[in-house]
Ligand binder design. Structure first.
Ligand code: FES
Ligand code: FE
Length: 458
């Protein structure tokens, strides 16, 4: 049972800041957003602003966007291309790898190099930076597990979205907007809520936008939780892997590349077991969606993939960042139609988006009142009164993928998400181990340099 007030409670939000977002891995950007030397984007983990930049030597760096002098935000644009960033306050300038390049009146104000050595000064790095399939994550906890361990078995599912060929994916966006809703609601919904589709999105199905005749078909799919993420799948009609991927709308050349890229086990979930990934979330606040609506006036469906981040602003407000994602090798015509499918479904004005947000804003507003403190929400879907599951977890013979997997409606993933959330909130916050003055060649800087290791080149 879930206390209803957790969806709009400033005290809970403080705990989330101190104990969850200070520790978990947070997505900041995809490498394809900064393809050329000098490209940068600015992203946030709660209030912390980070510059993600491609340096002149082709590495990706993530830097805390706060000037070493008096703390001004060094970069105020959201994205662009620059060899240097100049702080607007007093004019200190930094190379796009974070090294201090110059400062006005160095001699007069600081006594030159003798008084203040520029060499070795660089913008602070987040304690940990790592990538998976080009997705760049940071953790503010030096002691966080390695990203791949953190993702665990969810990597198996993440590949369906972010590795459809050996070239990987590219992203477009983000579209960015704010909703008066708590950040957890969207993350939970994408992690496992197949149950809302027949009700919330019934009109979309009725107007024939989707091939599936009935939204109730969602109960034939699965929910899964694996590693630090979970999601839902659709059940595909009988057929070979090729026929099933064609049913979703992929052209043959993309299907060939998927078959070359995915492991046998990944292929078996689609080709043998007949399931196709739909929405998913990586704990805490990065979600994915894969769907295949009809676009234009034809009966053909076109698949799209979108990633989105639920950036918490406060207990009752979330900034949504939403990207279109597509295989780099996909034909140009496919990319255009797929983008259209994304915009009309899950872009800021997308039909699904409008339906969902109406619910989440209303839920958040009610959760902020005093009666919500007395209410425990029913979150028991999928278990009987004796706590045995309504549909037992699938065995390896029935389903080839990892994780705990159930067919039909159930709130297994939402409970796994909230268990993870509660575990974080019950643990004391991680100790800040590396207070830095952004400074020079001291031993503390050595450790900073270690954590500031550049990501892969190119
Ligand atoms: Fe940046 Fe002074 S705060 S130069
Ligand atoms: Fe929805």
């Amino acid at each position: 049972m879930i206390p209803a007030h957790i969806y709009n409670d400033p005290e809970i939000f403080e705990l989330e800041r101190d104990r969850l977002f200070s520790r978990a891995w947070s997505f900041v950007a995809h490498e394809s957003e900064v393809p050329n030397a000098g490209d940068y984007v600015v992203r946030h983990v709660l209030e912390d602003s980070f510059i993600v930049s491609r340096t002149s030597t082709g590495e990706v760096r993530v830097m805390f966007n706060m000037c070493l002098h008096r703390g001004m935000q060094v970069c105020r644009a959201e994205m662009g291309n620059a060899s240097h960033f100049r702080c607007p306050y007093h004019g200190w300038s930094y190379r796009n790898d974070g090294r201090l390049a110059g400062l006005p009146f160095h001699q007069e104000a600081y006594g030159g190099e003798e008084g203040f050595k520029r060499k070795g000064q660089r913008l602070l790095s987040p304690p940990r930076v790592s990538t998976y399939n080009g997705l760049i994550f940071v953790s503010l906890d030096q002691g966080a597990p390695d990203l791949e361990d953190y993702l665990g078995d969810f990597k198996f599912y993440l590949d369906y979205y972010s590795k459809q060929s050996s070239s990987g994916v590219e992203v477009k966006g983000p579209q960015r907007w704010r909703i008066k809703a708590n950040w957890k609601i969207g993350a939970e919904n994408f992690a496992g809520d197949m149950y809302h589709t027949p009700q919330t999105h019934t009109s979309i199905v009725e107007i024939g936008l989707f091939r599936e005749p009935k939204a109730e078909k969602r109960k034939d799919g699965t929910t899964y939780w694996a590693g630090n993420g979970g999601g839902t799948t659709y059940k595909l009609p009988p057929g070979s892997i090729e026929e099933r991927l064609r049913y979703v709308g992929y052209p043959d050349e993309m299907i060939d590349r998927m078959k070359e890229t995915w492991t046998q086990q990944q292929k078996d979930v689609v080709g043998e077991d007949g399931f196709m990934v739909s929405a998913a979330s990586i704990f805490p606040n990065l979600s994915f969606v894969h769907n295949w609506p009809k676009v234009e006036d034809s009966d053909e469906v076109v698949p799209f993939i979108s990633i989105r981040q639920w950036r918490p602003i406060s207990a009752d407000e979330t900034e949504v960042l939403s990207w279109f994602m597509v295989d780099k090798e996909a034909p140009e015509e496919f990319k255009q139609l797929s983008y259209k499918a994304y915009v009309m479904s899950f872009g800021s004005t997308g039909m699904f988006e409008q339906d969902d947000v109406e619910n989440w804003v209303s839920l958040t507003s009610t959760a902020g009142g005093s009666m919500a403190k007395r209410l425990l929400l029913n979150s028991r879907m999928g278990v009987k009164s004796d706590d045995s599951p309504v549909s037992p977890a699938l065995t390896k013979d029935e389903y080839s993928g990892p994780g705990k997997v159930h067919v039909g409606y159930g709130e297994y993933s939402q409970r796994a998400f909230l268990n993870e959330w509660a575990d974080h909130l019950e643990r004391p916050e991680p100790e800040a181990t590396d207070t830095e003055v952004g400074s020079s060649d001291s031993s503390t800087t050595q450790s900073q340099n270690t954590i500031a290791e550049p990501l892969n080149a190119g």
